[in-house]
Every structure is written in structure tokens, then in C-alpha cells.
Design a protein around this ligand. Structure first.
Ligand code: ZN
Length: 154
């Protein structure tokens, strides 16, 4: 089995068996994102648990790439400190802008590495990024984005 078909299998598995797909009972922030060119929709909710780690809820509909990406996003980010989740989000966004030429770091991206092939198809990049954009927006609305804390200190 070559790498490309292995990656396709990972994406298909997340699509058919989404991890942690449910909405939260008490979200601190929520974002609904739509990708009109493909018809994808995703709602991502975030909150912090007692330890200050991110709790993620989501639901959506659309193509296998958008929905699998939401599942991978939830699996990767849930339970981490906001700053750690941010780092993974940035790595994933970066991966999607490599035109498929990157050798993604599985230690950072987990099953997210499977999307490296998607980066070759400009029309599908939006699909893959949709849940991650929703995550960023939901965190900003909840006031738990770490961008401000991490980088803006003089
Ligand atoms: Zn799509």
C-alpha cells in the first residue's frame, strides 16, 4: 500500500467514524463556517475544562475532507492547553499551503498528516481548513485564543 492510499484510508476512516462528534452543553464560544463552493458546513464549539484545557464540540455536513478534518481537529486539539492547540492549528494551516510538497511531522499533526495530498488541490484546501477556521473563530469568541498572550507581549 503506498502512502497516498494510506492517507486516503485515514481520511475516509475519520469521515465514516468521526471522533468526538457532538455539541457541548455549555460552550464558551461557537463558530459556524460555510464553504459555499463545496457545500460544506461545520459548527465548532469550545470551552475550557477545570484544568484550563480546551474542550471541543463540533458537528457538520459536507464532503469527506471537510468532515474528516473536523474529526482530526477535535482529536488533536481536545484536552490540550489553548497555546498547544494553536501550535497544531498553525502547523496544519501551514501544511495546507505547501502544495503537497511537505513532509509533515506526525508527532505534531497526528492523523492530520493524511491531508498533505489534499494540499495539491486548491479547491479542496478550503474544505480541509474549514473546521480549523471555525476553531480559531470559536476560541476568539470565547476569549481563549492564545495569540494575544503568546506573541504580543513587548
Ligand atoms: Zn468540501
Amino acid at each position: 500500500m503506498n502512502l497516498e492510499s494510506l492517507y486516503q484510508d485515514i481520511i475516509l476512516d475519520h469521515y465514516k467514524n468521526p471522533r468526538g462528534r457532538a455539541l457541548l452543553s455549555e460552550p464558551a464560544g461557537e463558530s459556524h463556517q460555510v464553504n459555499p463552493t463545496c457545500g460544506d458546513e461545520v459548527t465548532v464549539q469550545v470551552a475550557l475544562d477545570a484544568a484550563g484545557n480546551v474542550v471541543v464540540g463540533y458537528e457538520g455536513q459536507g464532503c469527506s475532507i471537510s468532515q474528516a478534518s473536523a474529526s482530526v481537529m477535535s482529536e488533536l486539539v481536545a484536552g490540550l492547553a489553548p497555546a498547544q492547540g494553536d501550535e497544531i492549528r498553525r502547523a496544519f494551516v501551514e501544511l495546507m499551503h505547501t502544495k503537497g510538497a511537505a513532509e509533515p511531522d506526525e508527532d505534531v499533526l497526528g492523523d492530520g498528516v493524511a491531508f498533505v495530498g489534499v494540499a495539491k488541490y486548491p479547491a479542496r484546501i478550503k474544505c480541509a481548513l474549514l473546521p480549523w477556521m471555525a476553531l480559531q473563530d470559536a476560541e476568539a469568541k470565547a476569549g481563549i485564543g492564545s495569540d494575544q498572550e503568546g506573541t504580543s507581549a513587548p
